[in-house]
Ligand binder design. Sequence first.
Ligand code: BTN
Length: 303
Amino acid sequence: MWRPGRRPRRLPRQSNSVINWDPLTPESIAPLVRNTIFSGNIQCFQQVESTNSLALAAAARWRQAEPAPEGAVFLAEEQTAGRGRAGHSWYSEPGTGIYCSFLLRPSLSPADALWFSLSAGVAVHDAVHETTGFSPDLRWPNDVLLNEKKFAGILTEMSSEATRMLHAVIGIGINVNQKRFPGELGGLATSLYLESGKEWSRLELTAALVRAVDREIRGLMRATSGPVRTPNLRYEPIIKRVEARSSYALGKAVYVDEDGGYSGVTDGLDPRGFLRVRTDRGLRIVISGGVRPLERGRDAAGS
Ligand code: BTN
């Protein structure tokens, strides 16, 4: 959230103050995302603390506004306090990455929030594939990898009552044209540029991402609305979409940094979207993440 006097700077309509060859503006994105639930509701900022914070603040204002839009997108050229999962920060170099948050008002239960993260992972995969031809890997729940290094992440936040989600914010960061990363990030993070040796259009990728998120959210809404004969199969189409894009979902030897740590072999997603891992002590369900490939040569079902 921003404080008075430190308001986020919206991008000027005429982009004579651009900081790169590929500025993201509502005018450049709008024609590429017609007929999505986000059409007409895209805002671009030069510098913000965090697009997720911006979206959460807007959501609070929406609650007083009737009619509020179904969806909105908040984009920034730079974040000064970009947030990641588990209290980490998200490195947000100006003008080289995509930092965006999707604000939605779904009629779902708070327990369904994981589906947003999983669907967003599918959307990032598909947008990157459409724009670059790469097929990134999804590491449950929502890291997006190229050559085992992370180049995109998803942070879903929401406000809810006991049984009803009031709004959800899906924050997505994609490393696009970064040439290097500071400190220890250098060994862990990558960008599309570093993996390909060429720069990519953030505008094309952003537009592809907005269209892909629109598709996935519509699919999710279809899955959650209407009767189903077998409730356990309600989310099956989404599970299949995640599993098809993730080498981590099925048959991967992993170490899980949860409950003191254990290793095993992944066995797909359960009906709630959690990852199943077969260990030598039986089936375990990964609740919050921290899944890593098991070092080669170690016993997969070893602890
Ligand atoms: C993670 O993998 O830890 C999640 C990273 C999410 C980063 C994005 S960048 C846009 C949005 N705004 C934030 O402050 N965080 C998310």
